[in-house]
Design a protein around this ligand. Structure first.
Ligand SMILES: Nc1ncnc2c1ncn2[C@@H]1O[C@H](COP(=O)(O)OP(=O)(O)OP(=O)(O)O)[C@@H](O)[C@H]1O
Length: 229
């Protein structure tokens, strides 16, 4: 499903953010990516989103070689990826329903579909009674659940989360992680970049650890152990 073969990324300033990373993630896996600040985690996510090009190596997602993808195919490719970030990235002047509906409008869904699917996914995220609220009227945890609803409404095969609990307190962090776990159990492949040691240790998922752009460990049912490397 996701395959990196000897992938390196050197930024123009000369920083070697990833150095010969090879990594395979199968359909339906749940994977944590951990590592110190600057170890290359966000670079990895940006490469998967095709926001960046690797300096060398091959990235294949859903059998598509990202380097060979034509520019006009990129938007369609990204539609099959759900993404959430630390800072939620909601449209401030749109209510919650509209924020999620927007993701469906740009993929050309009919009004009928939007009227059915947006309340359904918001209901699943526990936000059925907040659809007319604006982002600034919600807690951080609720805003991240809106971002999750928006990421999932088009039923992506892969969900990428870059520090999704970075701005949340422990209770809200656990709620988001439990939602990610549920989403994974429906068959979605989930890749989560995080600094949250407690959650990684508790959830016993696959853990890929980066250090200075290298994969230094990759463990099934792993823990948050980069401090030990
Ligand atoms: N656009 C850029 N231009 C130049 N260097 C960059 C750029 N983006 C990241 N870097 C550098 O690449 C390295 C890896 O950065 P990256 O953001 O992937 O790390 P990270 O593991 O996600 O860190 P954090 O946990 O702090 O988010 C760092 O040394 C960073 O300074």
């Amino acid at each position: 499903m996701i395959n990196l073969e000897n992938v390196s990324k050197t930024y123009s300033a000369g920083t070697r953010a990833l150095q010969g990373v090879s990594l395979q993630i199968e359909k339906g896996e749940f994977v944590f990516v951990v590592g110190a600040s600057g170890s290359g985690k966000s670079t990895l996510i940006k490469l998967l989103l095709k926001e960046l090009e690797p300096s060398s190596g091959v990235i294949t997602v859903n059998n598509q070689n990202l380097s060979r993808m034509k520019r006009r195919q990129i938007a369609k490719y990204r539609r099959n990826l759900g993404v959430v970030f630390q800072d939620f990235r909601l449209l401030k002047d749109r209510n919650i329903f509209e924020n999620v509906a927007f993701a469906q409008m740009i993929t050309g869904k009919s009004k009928d579909t939007i009227r059915r699917q947006v309340p359904a996914i918001l209901g699943l995220m526990g936000l059925g009674d907040k659809m007319r609220f604006f982002p600034n009227e919600l807690s951080g945890g609720e805003q991240q659940r809106v971002a999750l609803a928006r990421a999932l409404v088009n039923k992506p095969s892969i969900l990428l989360a870059d520090e999704p609990t970075g701005n949340l307190d422990p209770k809200n962090s656990w709620e988001i992680m439990e939602l990610l776990d549920q989403i994974n159990k429906t068959g979605t492949t989930v890749v989560v970049v995080t600094h949250n040691r407690e959650i990684v240790d508790e959830m016993q998922k696959r853990v890929v650890t980066l250090k200075q752009g290298l994969v230094v460990s990759d463990e099934q049912k792993g823990g948050y152990n980069y401090g030990k490397n």
